[in-house]
Design a binder for this molecule. Sequence first.
Ligand code: KIV
Ligand code: NA
Length: 264
Amino acid sequence: PIRRMTVPQIRAKKGGEPIISLTSYHAHTAAIVDKYADFILVGDSLGMVMHGMESTIGVPLDLMIMHGRAVVRGTKRALIVVDMPFGTYEESPNMAFRNAARIMKETACGAVKLEGGARMAETIHFLVERGIPVMAHIGLTPQSSHVMGGFKTQGREEETWAAHIADAVAVAEAGAFALVVEGVVEPLADKITAAVDIPTIGIGASANCDGQILVLEDMLGLNPWVPKFVKKYGDLGPAIERAVADYAQEVKTRAFPGEDHVYR
Ligand code: KIV
Ligand code: NA
């Protein structure tokens, strides 16, 4: 049997070949990503991307578990990491453990991710000590967008850098096996990568991070609008529209179903 990428294997990639990662929320896209990615993130961005929410704040735990299970079923190589949604871990280490354990047991994923730096260090330590690998996430943390006043690039003022670097060091020391660095200016991302002994996974950060991640639907061109840091590797939105328009036209003219598509 093909063995999945493990948490120690991801961690050991610090300073080596770049770690390849994308998000995925369902079985069939995950099966494609699985051929190339070291880890797949079932991100809470699914609230916005798949369910039309305005932000990730309203994503329920059960929804993360459902999509997490689908992605685990659709894959066999990559490590699967599932986001802990807003309100399921911040209150206390106990609460975080209870909900992270549910995610691990009900999805069979290999790790969880949560947002926050120094303030989450105690919780990260608590989870890791009890068998739950944790990926951390600092910089632009979308679950805190109401406090930050929107989705704002972090580190534009150099006097804020020390706090971000301290966040990175705190989660690494607490036992996180990797660290997503989102939406920070490039020189700060480079300082963060140099400051920690765990891999940094950049999104809107720097090519010098130890790995990169993008939201799959964004890089496929399924979302009409994407942030500056997203490179569109596909143009699926227009491709889907062409297919749907062709279908509509053929139904209207009774060209579909044709001879090949009916049982004689
Ligand atoms: O939810 C998500 O997709 C994420 C990535 C952007 C890192 O957290
Ligand atoms: Na997320």
